[in-house]
Design a protein. Structure first.
Length: 243
């Protein structure tokens, strides 16, 4: 393939990319907004899961304490029955039972106090934060839905054209030398989708700097790739694209 043909292929690619870019820009900031909303949603979900796990731990701890208290109450009742039944013969046994009852009552009180002081405040805070997060999630989801619908509507209008351009682009790329394509893509990224610039009347139309006459002649001959010295774009003579 001649150098001229290689250049022309890149020029055509640039034209397609420009059209695609215009179609994308019709969507405005919606895709970026959707991305932001999705990451916000992810953060809220993560926070919500952390809180849920912590709440579960607290509830389990409370359940354990409740189970212990229930057991203690059963023991107190049994001891009490035994004391009342008159089966206790010695003072020693009587004292032991009385002490056991007293200890159990103290332990129950301690458990109840700990539950009140240590976990109920934290539990309340978690429940409040979860309510807040649920509200935020609802807002994010609503906004996300609206934006997605809007994007869908816009894509519906441009989708057909976009598909055609993408197919055209793919076909074109299959003809382009891979090294040329790589070069083009690299430039395209730093030059906002404009990797190729036309030279008209001794000026680069990419940056409007002037090209020395001798170089302009060489660019017309197109025996190699020339880059604009001020903007770095690949230069192509206007005569080549109008011919
Ligand atoms: Zn330039």
């Amino acid at each position: 393939m001649s150098m001229k043909e290689r250049l022309l292929l890149l020029y055509k690619l640039n034209r397609i990319d420009r059209e695609l870019h215009e179609l994308y820009s019709l969507r405005g900031d919606i895709p970026a907004k959707i991305e932001d909303l999705n990451s916000e949603k992810l953060e809220l979900d993560e926070r919500s899961n952390t809180l849920k796990a912590e709440l579960e731990d607290i509830l389990n701890a409370e359940k354990n304490v409740q189970a212990e208290n229930d057991e203690l109450l059963v023991r107190i009742e049994k001891d009490d029955e035994r004391l009342r039944s008159g089966a206790v013969k010695s003072n020693k046994e009587y004292d032991a039972l009385a002490k056991e009852i007293e200890d159990a009552k103290t332990r129950i009180k301690e458990n109840e106090r700990a539950a009140k002081e240590d976990t109920s405040a934290r539990r309340l805070a978690i429940e409040n934060e979860m309510l807040l997060i649920d509200g935020q999630l609802e807002d994010v989801n609503t906004e996300l839905e609206q934006n997605q619908k809007e994007l869908e509507e816009l894509t519906k209008q441009t989708g057909e054209e976009e598909k055609e351009l993408s197919t055209e682009r793919k076909e074109l790329i299959s003809k382009i030398d891979p090294e040329d394509y790589e070069h083009y893509e690299r430039l395209s990224k730093v030059r906002f989708g404009e990797a190729i610039a036309v030279v008209r009347k001794g000026s680069c139309l990419g940056c409007y700097s002037s090209i020395p006459p001798q170089k302009a002649i060489e660019i017309r001959m197109a025996e190699k790739f020339y880059a604009c010295e001020s903007c770095g774009r690949i230069l192509i003579a206007e005569e080549m694209i109008t011919a």
